[in-house]
Design a protein around this ligand. Structure first.
Ligand code: PMP
Length: 396
């Protein structure tokens, strides 16, 4: 076989998909596995959205569309983001993509030069670091700390931002910790971004899943609109992960570049999927709201249940559908050294799938505690049974 491209050694991955494949394989062998591994709602896509997609296919919305997305959806997204972020956006500032992930890939590709530094949260969604490295950028992690409810320390960020910084990546509410950034922190980030003329990629995919207080976007802060790429989408809020639809909202000149990257890669997002997305944004919101209320109830259930297990402590996250408990003592009790070993034990001895800290980046300097991520977007029965199994394994 001929030699493959060197750049492939730079590309990381999202281990959630590997664990998902392993869970499915174990289930196919007849094993009973409770999975907290993958970050997707267990609910079906709401009926009105499904019907809009079916109708769109029946009406033959099955052809190529514009790379930036169909105009009525771009308009609906601009109106939605203007309303929820309290800044005015027009449709030419919106790019629709197959899932929100391409906004990460193409947004970074369109803004970061080789050698540019990009600050990103750690632990964090693994694709940020992967894409930064892939484009030749220099990844600069900013630590999210348990004692700060998984926010970062503003002074620590200040020490990392400088003339080489090209972009700061934010994600609030956050995957994998469920942590959120306060308005004060966003204002400090905005001040740094303005001083050093950097972009902010604000991953707001969990913006509707804030359980305590309000959601804040950095785009709302004066002068930030022109340097912010908002990443958002339909996967989580409307339980549409498999439809593959998301979007980015950014200055119109950058939107042209990101759309050109779409032309060069995916051409466009499926047209009938976009028709369904219009219904998601403009139709009744009760199914999405009921799902979000249910996530809040499950948060209480899982946080209380985890704290009831010897050797596990769990903070109450602000949002998303993740908890990131400290399992250091549980590891010690079971005689394993790392969260990764604990994850294997939980999967094979308790039939419970979670993801270890290492799925979300390397340890920060001085980080000596062990963590795993639970996605609690699964039924209350599954949560209760999963916790029972873990408790039985750890407490014996
Ligand atoms: N950002 C974050 C923080 C996520 O957790 C995810 C999905 N796990 C995405 C982006 C990507 O979403 P999509 O499936 O719409 O591409």
């Amino acid at each position: 076989m001929p030699v493959r491209a060197e750049r492939m050694s730079l590309l990381g991955t999202e281990t959630a998909f590997e664990v998902l494949a392993e869970v499915n394989q174990l289930k196919a062998q007849g094993r009973d596995i409770i999975s907290f591994a993958i970050g997707e709602p267990d609910f079906d896509t709401p009926e009105n959205i499904k019907q809009a997609g079916i109708k769109a296919i029946e009406e033959n919305h099955t052809h190529y569309g514009p790379s930036a997305g169909i105009q009525p959806l771009r308009e609906a997204i601009a109106a939605y983001i203007s309303r929820t972020r309290h800044v005015n956006y027009g449709p030419d500032e919106v790019v629709v993509t197959p899932g929100a992930k391409p906004i990460m890939f193409h947004g970074i590709l369109a803004t970061v030069n080789p050698g540019d530094e990009v600050i990103y949260p750690n632990p964090g969604f693994p694709i940020y670091e992967s894409v930064i490295r892939f484009v030749g950028g220099v990844p600069v992690p900013i630590a999210l700390r348990e004692e700060k409810d998984f926010a970062f320390d503003v002074d620590e960020l200040r020490s990392k931002v400088g003339p080489k910084t090209k972009m700061i990546i934010l994600n609030s509410p956050q995957n994998p910790t469920g942590g959120g950034l306060s308005q004060g922190t966003l204002e400090a980030v905005a001040e740094m971004a303005l001083r050093y003329d950097c972009w902010v990629l604000s991953d707001e995919i969990y913006s509707r899943m804030v359980f305590d207080g309000e959601f804040h976007s950095i785009a709302t802060i004066p002068d930030m609109k022109e340097r912010t790429i908002i990443l958002d989408g339909f996967s989580k809020t409307y339980s549409m992960t498999g439809w593959r639809i998301g979007f980015g909202v950014m200055p119109s000149s950058l939107a042209v570049d990101v759309a050109r990257l779409e032309t060069n890669s995916e051409s466009c997002t499926a047209t009938f999927t976009q028709m369904a997305a219009i219904e998601a944004l403009t139709g009744p919101q009760d199914a999405a709201e009921a799902m979000i209320a249910e996530f809040k109830a499950r948060r209480e259930l899982i946080v209380a249940g985890l704290n009831d297990i010897e050797g596990i402590t769990c903070r109450t996250p602000k949002g998303a559908f993740y908890v990131f408990p400290n399992v250091t003592q549980a590891c010690a009790k079971l005689g394993v050294k790392t969260a990764k070993e604990l994850q294997r034990k939980l999967l094979y001895e308790a039939g419970v799938a979670v993801l270890p800290r290492s799925s979300f980046g390397s340890r920060n300097a001085g980080e000596d505690q062990e963590y795993v991520r639970f996605s609690y977007a699964t039924s209350r029965e599954a949560i209760t049974e999963g916790l029972r199994r873990i408790k039985a394994l750890i407490e014996g």
